[in-house]
Design a protein around this ligand. Structure first.
Ligand code: UDX
Ligand code: ADP
Length: 465
């Protein structure tokens, strides 16, 4: 078997950073170098103060503290790291295309292609190249073509090893993975490569949880897993709308169906809509692939998951406007939470961005508090939508540090992220400070309806009349 002693990972983001930290932690005999073109990000990973790592994940800083400088390194010297490594992970970002063919749907592979060309240029001996970024099916083939046609006559084995970690629980998901998927060629050199990667995970996971498949099954499984998870959220969110117009309670419905062991209880939490870097992108990819093979019914089926998610975000914003007597113009609305879910500082595709955008269109004055998201990030999320001038975003929306003080004279509070701390706030104090009637729109079903109503709030909880 090929023994791996040097790993390089290109891309020091939400996937590359935590995954490599765990590999380094569990495999002390392997040197792991994480490289990135972004100097600022690498500097952050190398900072003495572990509270300022570029990514917030529970348990991450402890693991980085143990391995950094011993067998875990963060660097911008990409060529040097590629040259040394026997195994190279590609963990660069693959956003949805914002231009040209497939705009708004297909994944933009330009960063992947740049990586492949870089590896081909530098590699002087055989390498195993592992695709870790979420990619459309058949990307491994594209990487292979680039490597084989531009490389220095060395042999490249391409593996697909999709990441299933969820943000906020990344370290636990990596340490206790339900399964690891390794896709590779069914040739003898392909098998050697798959076994070499498997041996890394076997340092801490039982072998029967490491599944080997062909490359395309592995790539497709990643998209399908995320599409199924997102579909569950859209399914329960579609039911939440029905519950609000009848006397049903979405949580009771979710609990009742979740007891059916064939359905199961997880991923049935109704919310203001799913966000994150994966769900929407992966479904759009699935839709794009299906359509490009002429499978229009399949494409339409999965696209509906996105349409319901958009509907849910819009419905939440519309409800705020309608409830506040059909106008929010000049009204102070306080947002609790901006991240796409709790325990992460990631805001990609967060429902909060779209709800804010809809309310800003109605000229609301929004004050945002999130315990982990920076002011810079919040403005950058809004500016990226290109709906209005950046100066207008800064005029209408303010980012605040004290969520309780900010409740003074607020017309309404909207809960967009399920941060635990919101549950422990002194809601009576908040009520006293707000204008009356004091409205709370709970997009995460976080608070106790009875208690909130007893305090005097006009309290709306998604999925409940
Ligand atoms: C997801 C997948 O879970 C993970 O396996 C994959 O590798 C990457 O994509 P992530 O995006 O980090 O992970 O978060 P996840 O916990 O899946 O939540 C996604 C979104 O769905 C969040 O906005 C979350 O709030 C929302 N959600 C999730 C619900 O609204 N209700 C639920 O019941 C579950
Ligand atoms: P993900 O959630 O997929 O990890 P991120 O955006 O958090 O996505 O991280 C991807 C990282 O990949 C970024 O830090 C970016 O600078 C880096 N990156 C993108 N292209 C390249 C490249 N060609 N070489 C090195 N790093 C790259």
């Amino acid at each position: 078997m090929k023994k791996i002693t040097e790993i390089c990972c290109i891309g020091a983001g939400y996937v590359g950073g935590p995954t490599m930290s765990v590999i380094a932690h569990k495999c002390p005999e392997i040197n792991v170098t994480v490289v990135d073109i972004n100097q600022e990000r690498i500097d952050q990973w190398n900072q003495a103060n572990l509270d300022d790592l570029p990514i917030y994940e529970p348990g991450l800083k402890e693991i980085v503290a143990q391995s950094r400088g011993k067998n875990l390194f963060f660097s911008t010297e990409i060529d040097k790291a590629i040259d040394k490594a026997q195994m190279i992970f590609i963990s660069v970002n693959t956003p949805t295309k914002t231009y040209g063919k497939g705009k708004g749907q297909a994944a933009d592979l330009k960063y992947i292609e740049l990586c492949a060309r870089n590896i081909a240029r530098v590699a002087k001996d055989d390498k195993i190249v592992v695709e870790k970024s979420t990619l459309p099916v058949r990307t491994a083939q594209a990487i292979k073509n680039i490597l084989q046609n531009t490389g220095n006559e060395v042999n490249f084995e391409i593996l697909s090893n999709p990441e299933f970690l969820a943000e906020g629980t990344a370290i636990n998901d990596l340490l206790n993975a339900d399964r690891v998927l390794i896709g590779g060629d069914e040739t003898s050199s392909g098998q050697i490569a798959k076994d070499a990667l498997s041996a890394i995970y076997e340092h801490w996971l039982p072998k029967d949880r490491i599944l080997q498949t062909n490359v395309w099954s592995s790539e497709l499984s990643k998209l399908v897993a995320n599409a199924f998870l997102a579909q569950r959220v859209s399914s329960i969110n579609s039911v939440s709308a029905l519950c609000e117009t009848t006397d049903a309670n979405v949580q009771e419905v979710a609990r009742a169906i979740g007891f059916d062991s064939r359905i199961g209880p997880k991923f049935l939490q109704s919310s203001v809509g799913f966000g994150g870097s994966c769900f929407q992108k992966d479904i759009l990819n699935l839709v794009y692939i299906a359509r490009s093979y002429g499978l229009n019914e399949v494409a339409d089926y999965w696209n509906q998951v996105i349409l319901i998610n958009d509907y849910q975000k819009r419905r939440f914003a519309d409800n705020i406007v309608t409830t506040l007597y059909n106008t929010v113009s000049g009204k102070k609305i306080l947002f609790y939470g901006w991240a796409f879910k709790k325990d992460t500082n990631d805001t990609r595709e967060s429902a909060a961005i779209y709800v804010a955008d809809a309310l800003l269109e109605e000229k609301a004055e929004i004050f945002v508090y999130d315990p982990k998201v920076s002011e810079k990030q919040i403005y950058s999320d809004l500016d990226y939508l290109n709906t209005r001038e950046p100066s207008e975003n800064r005029r209408l929306l303010k980012v605040i540090k004290d969520p309780i003080e900010a409740s003074k004279d607020a017309h309404a509070i909207a809960i967009l992220t399920e941060w635990d701390e919101f549950k422990d706030y002194d809601w009576e104090k908040i009520f006293d400070a707000m204008l009356k009637p004091a409205f709370v729109f709970d997009g995460r079903r976080l608070l106790d309806s009875k208690k909130m109503k007893e305090i005097g709030f006009k309290y709306y909880k998604i999925g409940q009349s």
